[in-house]
Design a protein around this ligand. Structure first.
Ligand SMILES: *Cc1c(COP(=O)(O)O)cnc(C)c1O
Length: 439
C-alpha cells in the first residue's frame, strides 16, 4: 500500500508515513486507495483480532505487517462497548470509546502509534542512536493520551507542553503524573504559545543538531487508522445482530475521529449515514452549507477538545470528496452551542440515567434534532468520546451531583505524584530545559 500526500508532491510507505507524521510537502498522508473489505468475513470476536483483519491491507509489505497482531493486542487492550439505550421510539446506542488509560478516545490512536513507533525505531536508528524526542503541545486531552501511550517505551521520550492556568485541575494532573521518559512543561502563556514553541524547536537547526525530534499529533496516519477499528466493529456487531446498517453520529473537532469512520465505511463496513456534531465552532457546518471553505480563530466552548476553527483533517476529507455534491452526500453537520450542551446533559441524565461529557452531549443533541422520520426509521450510534469524570467541573453542576464516580484507570493516575517544570514561552528557555534533560 502506497500513501500519498494530500498536497500531491510526495508518496511514502506506511513506516515512513508513521515516523514522519506530516509529509515533507506539508500535506497529510492518505492511502492511495481504500482497501475493500468483505465485512461478512471479518471476525468480530475480539477488538484486536478484528483490528488485524481490518488494518492488515494498510500494512502490506511493511516490516510492521508480521507484528501487527502484537501491536493491536498491545495498543487495543481495553473494552470499547456498544450499549443500547432505552428510548420510547427509535433505536439508539452509545459507543463508549473512552475506557483507555486517560479516559478519552485519543488513547486508541496514541497507543497504536506508540506501539508502531517503538517497533519501527530500530530500523530508523541505524545511523542515529539518539533517543527520539516527541514534543506535544496540548490544550488538554492529547498530551495525557500521548504521555500515557509512550510512557516507559524504549528509545522514545516525550515532552508535554501545556498552558498555565488554562487546563482543568484534573487535566493538569493527567499531564504531569508521569516519570521516566516523560517530562511536562507548564508554559507561561496560551495553548497557541505552546504550539509556537514546539514548531520553533522543530524548525531550529541548532536544536535539531542536538535532538532527534518527532511529533505524535493527530494528523499522523498512525493515529487515524486504528480509530476505524471501533467504528467498524460496532457496525459489524450491530449488523450481525439486526441485519441493518446503523448510522453514526460523531462529535467532531479536528475531524480525526470522523475521518476514520468515513474510511471504515469506504472500506465496506456496514455503516449508514455519518453525522458530525460540532460545538459553536462552525467552520465545517458553514462550509457544507455554503461550499465556501473559511477557517477562523477557535471559540472557547464547554466541549473544549473540539474548539477548532481550522480542522486539520479537512484536507483528507476534501481529498476524498473533492466536489461539494459528493461531500454533502458523505457527511452532514450539526453545530451545537453551549446552552444546548448543558440542557442535553441534564435531559439525558433524566431520560437514560446516563451522564455525558460535553463533547458526547453534542452528539446526543444532534440525534434529538434529526428529522423525526430519520430518527425513527434507522438505528443510530452516538460515539461517546470522553468519560464525564474528566469534565466533572462542568458536568456535576448541571445535574447537581456532588461527585461523579471516577473510572479506575483515571483514579490510579490521580493517585500518582505530579511533577512539572515551569517554562517561559521562549525558545531560549525551552532549549535550556531540553539540555537539562540530557544531563
Ligand atoms: C479530541 C476530542 C474530540 C474531537 O475529535 P477530533 O478527532 O479532533 O474530531 C472530541 N471529544 C473529545 C473528548 C476529544 O478529546
Amino acid at each position: 500500500m502506497l500513501y500519498l500526500s494530500t498536497q500531491g508532491g510526495h508518496e511514502s510507505d506506511i513506516s515512513s508515513a508513521l515516523m514522519q507524521g506530516l509529509s515533507p510537502d506539508g500535506g497529510l498522508y492518505v492511502p492511495e486507495e481504500l482497501p475493500s473489505i468483505n465485512a461478512s468475513q471479518l471476525s468480530s470476536e475480539t477488538i484486536p483480532s478484528f483490528a488485524v483483519d481490518l488494518l492488515s491491507p494498510f500494512f502490506e509489505n511493511s516490516s510492521l505487517s508480521p507484528v501487527l497482531g502484537e501491536i493491536c493486542r498491545d495498543a487495543l487492550n481495553f473494552p470499547i462497548p456498544l450499549h443500547s439505550l432505552e428510548t420510547k421510539n427509535g433505536d439508539l446506542a452509545v459507543l463508549e470509546v473512552f475506557h483507555g488509560p486517560t479516559a478519552a478516545f485519543k488513547d486508541v490512536g496514541a497507543r497504536f502509534l506508540a506501539a508502531c513507533m517503538e517497533r519501527l525505531l530500530p530500523e530508523f536508528s541505524t545511523s542515529d542512536t539518539r533517543p527520539v524526542t516527541i514534543l506535544v503541545a496540548t490544550s488538554g486531552d492529547t498530551g495525557g493520551a500521548v504521555a500515557s501511550a509512550f510512557h516507559r517505551r524504549a528509545g522514545v521520550r516525550v515532552g508535554v507542553l501545556f498552558p498555565k492556568d488554562q487546563v482543568s485541575p484534573r487535566q493538569k494532573h493527567q499531564l504531569t503524573c508521569w516519570d521516566g521518559n516523560i517530562r511536562s512543561f507548564e508554559v507561561d502563556g496560551s495553548f497557541d504559545d505552546c504550539q509556537t514553541l514546539v514548531k520553533a524547536a522543530f524548525t531550529n537547526p541548532e536544536l535539531n543538531r542536538v535532538h532527534r525530534f518527532s511529533a505524535a499529533n493527530s494528523i499522523n496516519i498512525g493515529r487515524l487508522l486504528p480509530q476505524a477499528v471501533y467504528h467498524g466493529i460496532a457496525s459489524l456487531q450491530y449488523w450481525r445482530a439486526h441485519g441493518s446498517r446503523p448510522n453514526f453520529i460523531v462529535p467532531t473537532g479536528n475531524l480525526g475521529n470522523a475521518m476514520a469512520c468515513i474510511w471504515a465505511k469506504g472500506m465496506g463496513m456496514p455503516i449508514g449515514d455519518i453525522v458530525l456534531a460540532t460545538n459553536s465552532n462552525r467552520t465545517i457546518a458553514d462550509f457544507l452549507a455554503t461550499g465556501h471553505y473559511e477557517t477562523r480563530p477557535s471559540i472557547p466552548t464547554l466541549a473544549s477538545a473540539m474548539d477548532v476553527g481550522a480542522p486539520s483533517n479537512m484536507e483528507r476529507l476534501r481529498h476524498l470528496f473533492p466536489d461539494l455534491g459528493s461531500l454533502r452526500t458523505a457527511v452532514e453537520c450539526y453545530p451545537v452551542h453551549d446552552q444546548a450542551i448543558r440542557s442535553q446533559i441534564a435531559k439525558d441524565y433524566d431520560r437514560f440515567g446516563r451522564l455525558w461529557c460535553p463533547h458526547t452531549a453534542t452528539g446526543f443533541w444532534a440525534y434529538d434534532n434529526l428529522p423525526e422520520s430519520r430518527r425513527l426509521d434507522k438505528a443510530w450510534i452516538v460515539v461517546a468520546t470522553a468519560h464525564p469524570a474528566k469534565f466533572n467541573n462542568i458536568v456535576q453542576g448541571i445535574v447537581n451531583l456532588k461527585e461523579i464516580e471516577v473510572p479506575s484507570s483515571l483514579a490510579s493516575l490521580f493517585g500518582l505524584p505530579a511533577q512539572f517544570e515551569p517554562l517561559r514561552a521562549e525558545l531560549g528557555a525551552f532549549s535550556e530545559a531540553l539540555a537539562r534533560w540530557d544531563e
